[in-house]
Design a protein around this ligand. Structure first.
Ligand code: MN
Ligand code: MN
Length: 291
């Protein structure tokens, strides 16, 4: 096992969870409201509209763990197992469930639909946000990355903007974890914008909603314009809006780039212990899959 690769893979997944837990405090607030209440929001204090414990994560991390666990349990791809884990998660009465995610999972529960028809109103960020386990599981089998990503996405989100963003962010994360640095990420971002110009993020329009275009713009703007894990996450979540999800995705990219060692200890120590243990178990197995 390449130790640096493991450090970046752990950085991506734990960074993702840190962004979720840090951002959830200010989810659905505007930058002005955040400023008035916190100045700059920098600490993992819980609260927010969900009334969370400090370090508690939300659906972003929970759905990722559900997806990763299905891959782990089957030592590979089993779409029905992924959908079953999403359903078990939904039935566990989680604190937060996105509307589009709920609709897709209920559609699977009631009609057995694993891949719905394309829909214009499925351009939320819910599929993109949970795809990191697929990135990790396909590090050694790149030929499977796109099909696994799209299949898990379309359980709940079947939309070309969601598809394109999920693939682009996944390819970027793969390149960073593999140690290829920023250049392939820049090319991926350019490719995404070439395909769908609405993703252009410079100048940054400043919207950070759950619409996949707003989410990607927010994540890429802050990822490419900061120079540390901590500054990337703080800048992202203080944009408010869907701050736990933009925070999680920014944390994924920044964690993959800077590695586990660059995640501030005060955040890692606050993060839900069970979640940290679950993430560590998943990373250890997922990155070796297909070797
Ligand atoms: Mn969430
Ligand atoms: Mn969210």
């Amino acid at each position: 096992m390449n130790e640096q690769l493991l450090n970046r893979a752990l950085g991506a997944y734990l960074g993702f969870a840190c962004g979720d837990a840090l951002g959830a405090t200010v989810e659905f607030m505007s930058p002005k409201q955040i400023q008035k209440r916190y100045g700059v929001h920098t600490e993992m204090i819980g609260g927010g509209w969900l009334g969370l414990e400090p370090g508690q994560v939300t659906d972003d991390t929970q759905m990722s763990l559900a997806l990763g666990q299905a891959i782990l349990d089957h030592q590979g791809w089993n779409l029905k197992a992924v959908a079953d884990n999403f359903l078990a998660w939904l039935e566990s009465d989680p604190p937060d469930v996105g509307n589009t995610c709920r609709r897709g999972i209920v559609r699977y529960r009631d009609d057995g639909v694993l891949i719905g028809l394309p829909r214009e109103d499925e351009a939320g960020n819910g599929a993109c946000m949970r795809n990191l386990p697929v990135v990790l599981a396909t590090l050694n089998r790149p030929e499977d990355f796109e099909s696994w990503s799209l299949e898990q996405s379309r359980i709940t989100h079947h939309n070309p903007l969601s598809d394109a963003a999920t693939l682009a962010l996944g390819h970027m994360t793969n390149a960073l974890i593999s140690g290829q640095g920023l250049e392939p990420c820049v090319l991926q971002a350019e490719g995404l914008i070439g395909q769908y110009s609405e993703f252009a993020y410079s100048p940054y329009p400043g919207k950070a909603s759950g619409y996949i275009v707003d989410t990607v713009q927010t994540v890429l703007h802050h990822f490419f314009n900061t120079d540390s894990f901590e500054s990337c996450l703080i800048a992202t979540v203080n944009q408010g809006g869907d701050a736990d999800t933009t925070g999680a995705l920014a944390g994924m990219l920044a964690g993959a780039k800077y590695g586990l060692d660059q995640i501030p200890a005060r955040w890692l120590e606050r993060l839900d212990r069970q979640v940290v243990a679950h993430i560590r178990r998943q990373v250890a197995v997922l990155v070796q899959l297909g070797e």
